[in-house]
Ligand binder design. Structure first.
Ligand SMILES: *Cc1c(COP(=O)(O)O)cnc(C)c1O
Length: 356
């Protein structure tokens, strides 16, 4: 089998050692004689898995005591609905900073539930700074997409919101760099980019924000349900939570979030510095807002983009096609992308450029 490097935006590359462990244990989970997929979610071995996953996430992100960690389904997209259903009551207002496609989708759901005030960025290639004076004092929360998977941007310093809870969609960069959880009221992420396989969604929510949903809120859309039942009100995505726990163990073994950040910085620097001096490829994002995880780039014309993608695929560089709204290419280089993969991609790009 030739070496394949997976640059998909999600579901995305997983650490090879994690996949090997899954394979090893697949038919017999820790001497139970059963696959982890077959274990009751109420069994002791699964209880250990879900509690272990929570403990590891708490340790890796130094999550303070006054936050709950919840495991849910429905992806980040269901959070777009759950957040306003739980936090935005009648006559109240929430504020959304619109920095790209995902925040546009998030605000649409909030609009169905209550009053929304939006802050749209002037260009999708930069994100300005925000301070408390940009928000009305009685806003229920301020929502941001902290890393914009499609546009390749990220906040450089999170908005100061004073006493207003800051809510962040961190789907595409959670655990990729150091994070002060106490700055946020709620952090959420679909797992399939940096945490594990698709099917599980993680939320880290400050305790005082739970328990405010209206009576008509469906039970599975109420954060309180997950809190009261340790994310086991109904059957959770057991296999996805198991793999997520293995990924968290891998993060810990590889230097924790600080180790991830150092490696991610090195990978991103390598790719950006080549692109910036290239006469063929271009990344349009303002330097201080460049994502460490998702790096869009285009060649000088569409014919070259198409040829690059075809040749890259043949050489084992998969899923480099950019999102249709941006065009060109996008390299998603999440935690699990090895440095070697980025080095080889840059080599391939250099050789391709030379031939033009
Ligand atoms: C991928 C992604 C989503 C959508 O996640 P689903 O789990 O598919 O709902 C939302 N927000 C961001 C920032 C993403 O990268």
């Amino acid at each position: 089998m030739k070496t394949v490097y997976n640059f998909s935006a999600g579901p995305a590359v997983l650490p090879k050692s994690v996949l090997e462990k899954v394979q090893q244990e697949l038919l017999d989970y820790e001497g139970t004689g059963m696959s982890v997929m077959e274990l009751s979610h109420r069994s002791a071995p699964f209880q250990q898995i879900i509690e272990g996953a929570e403990a590891l996430l708490r340790e890796l992100l130094s999550i303070p005591e006054d936050y709950h960690v919840l495991f849910m389904q429905g992806g980040a997209s269901l959070q777009f609905s759950m957040i306003p259903l739980n936090l935005l009551g009648p006559g109240q207002t929430a504020e959304y900073i619109l920095t790209g496609s995902w925040s546009d989708k998030a605000v649409k759901e909030a609009d169905k539930v209550g009053e929304v005030r939006t802050h749209k960025v002037e260009t999708q290639t930069a994100i300005p700074s925000y301070s408390a004076k940009d928000f009305s004092e009685n806003a229920q929360y301020v929502h941001i997409t902290s890393n914009n998977t499609i546009e390749g941007t990220r906040f450089n310093g999170y908005p100061e919101t004073g006493d207003i809870p800051l809510v962040a969609d961190m789907s595409s960069h959670i655990l990729s760099e150091k994070l002060d959880v106490s700055r946020f009221g709620l952090i959420y992420a679909g797992a399939q980019k940096n945490l594990g396989p698709s099917g599980v969604t993680v939320a880290i929510i400050r305790k005082d924000l739970v328990g405010n949903a209206p009576d008509h809120c469906p039970v599975l859309l109420n954060y309180e349900t997950y809190v009261k039942h340790g994310s086991l009100f109904n059957t959770p995505p057991t296999f996805a939570i198991y793999v997520l726990k293995l990924v968290l163990e891998w993060v810990k073994e590889n230097g924790g979030v600080e180790g991830m950040e150092a490696r991610n910085q090195e990978k991103a620097d390598l790719l950006y510095s080549y692109i910036d001096q290239s006469g063929l490829f271009h990344n349009p994002v303002r330097e201080e807002n460049r994502s460490l995880m998702n790096i869009p780039f285009t060649a000088t014309d569409d014919e070259i983009n198409a040829r690059f993608l075809k040749e890259a695929k043949e050489a084992g560089f998969e899923f480099l096609k950019g999102h249709r709204s941006v065009g060109g290419m996008r390299a998603s280089i999440y935690n699990a992308m090895p440095l070697e993969g980025v080095k080889e991609l840059v080599e391939f790009m250099k050789n391709f450029e030379k031939k033009q």
